[in-house]
Design a binder for this molecule. Structure first.
Ligand code: ASP
Length: 379
């Protein structure tokens, strides 16, 4: 082994020791980090991540590295067949195949790992962590990401649950009246029809999705294209950050479409001296504006987490194309940010409220309200 490759290996091995929770190594890494003003452990997540924040918080208190802690936390949601936005049970692409994106970033080392368009692996965030720890790369995609996951012993499995298959099939069968797919009229009751009904919006309001027809009821219905993701970020008691984002992305996407979640700076970013930001919602808006990086940079320049997040939302609103605006000119899509700063402050902000985010800190595990740029009237 050359000197250079030995040094590289030893560096990665050192990070690996931190991430598998070797307490002495973790403590050494933490002791070398600048102290936060607050000195309190805090974990935030999207609304679907209540359990994830609790798990990550407990692990950090027990001495685990924050990257391993948040990745383990979101693993609970990746495992959940009823969360159709992430991991097992996630909604598939337009061909009916579940394709997952995930990333993790580790503040103390400023290292990151990510996977995109990964099929058949239930825990993409864990694979992203392996990319960070066991390669000299940041992002692996598609077949290469799958080979890498299998090389590290991740089992392959079909991630399409009966619920997500039926939702996809209903979407496909009702997309057009000019093809040969015929929906099952007996399947109009819960949970499939209910899934669509809960996402319906009043006819006449614009939507990025287009019309959808429900079988046995041929009246056109506007329908919000399902999205969903979990982002989770943590600050340790010594002010170290880590964050992760994991998703099945936009439901019924074009195969190969990659969202913001695995892109460092878009779906997540942390700087150990400043703070962390991560996102859920329309990935394309995030990719066009590199929102998570922008928010951390705004915090570097003195903005609070809430002000940084709101400023990024305003930038997105300003640059949104006309076809994605509602009749009042506002972006007609969801986008949320979850932020932590070095001085211990936190915020959740959202394009459209009301919206919640999850948090665990010394005051317990709970939902808090996101600050909203726009608010929808109650239904
Ligand atoms: N940001 C994800 C993506 O665009 C989707 C979501 O969060 O809803 O893939």
């Amino acid at each position: 082994m050359s000197d250079v490759s030995r040094r590289a290996f030893m560096h990665v091995a050192g990070v690996a020791a931190v991430a598998v929770g070797a307490t002495s190594t973790t403590n050494a890494a933490v002791a070398n980090s600048p102290r936060s003003a607050a000195g309190k452990v805090k974990v935030v997540s999207s609304a679907n991540g209540l359990e994830a924040t609790k798990k990550a918080y407990e692990m950090i208190l027990a001495g685990s590295d924050p990257a391993l802690s948040v990745v383990t936390g979101v693993g609970i949601v990746e495992d959940d067949p009823n969360d159709t936005s992430v991991g097992y049970g996630g909604l598939p692409n337009e061909r009916g195949i579940v394709e997952l994106d995930a990333a993790v970033m580790h503040g103390p080392t400023h290292r990151a790992g990510a996977v995109a368009s990964l099929q058949n692996i239930r825990h993409p965030a864990q694979v992203a962590l392996k990319v960070m720890l066991r390669t000299d790369h940041v992002l692996l995609v598609g077949a290469g990401a799958l080979d890498f996951a299998k090389a590290h012993g991740f089992p392959e499995e079909n991630l399409l649950t009966e619920l997500s298959r039926k939702i996809w099939l209903r979407w496909k069968e009702t997309l057009s009246d000019k093809d040969d797919w015929i929906p099952d009229p007996d399947e109009k009751e819960i949970p499939v029809a209910e899934f669509f009904r809960s996402r319906s919006i009043p006819i006449g309001e614009s939507s990025v999705s287009g019309d959808l027809k429900i079988a046995a009821d041929k009246s056109p219905m506007k329908f919000r294209r399902p999205t969903g993701t979990i982002h989770c970020a943590a600050m340790t008691g010594s002010g170290d950050f880590a964050c992760t984002t994991t998703t099945s992305g936009l439901a019924f996407k074009i195969p190969g479409r990659v969202g913001d979640s695995p892109i460092i700076g878009a779906g997540l970013y942390c700087d150990n001296e400043i703070g962390t930001c991560g996102s859920t919602g329309r990935g394309e808006a995030n990719l066009q504006n590199l929102c998570s990086f922008a928010a951390v940079e705004l915090m570097r320049n003195g903005a609070s987490p809430e002000d940084a997040g709101m400023e990024v939302l305003r930038r997105v609103a300003k640059t949104t194309e006309p076809r994605l605006r509602d009749k009042d000119g506002r972006p007609d899509f969801g986008l949320s940010f979850y932020l932590l700063s070095k001085d211990g402050r936190h915020a959740g902000v959202t394009m459209w409220g009301p919206e919640k985010f999850s948090i665990t800190d010394e005051n317990g595990t709970r939902h808090e309200d996101c600050k909203a740029l726009y608010t929808r009237p109650p239904k």
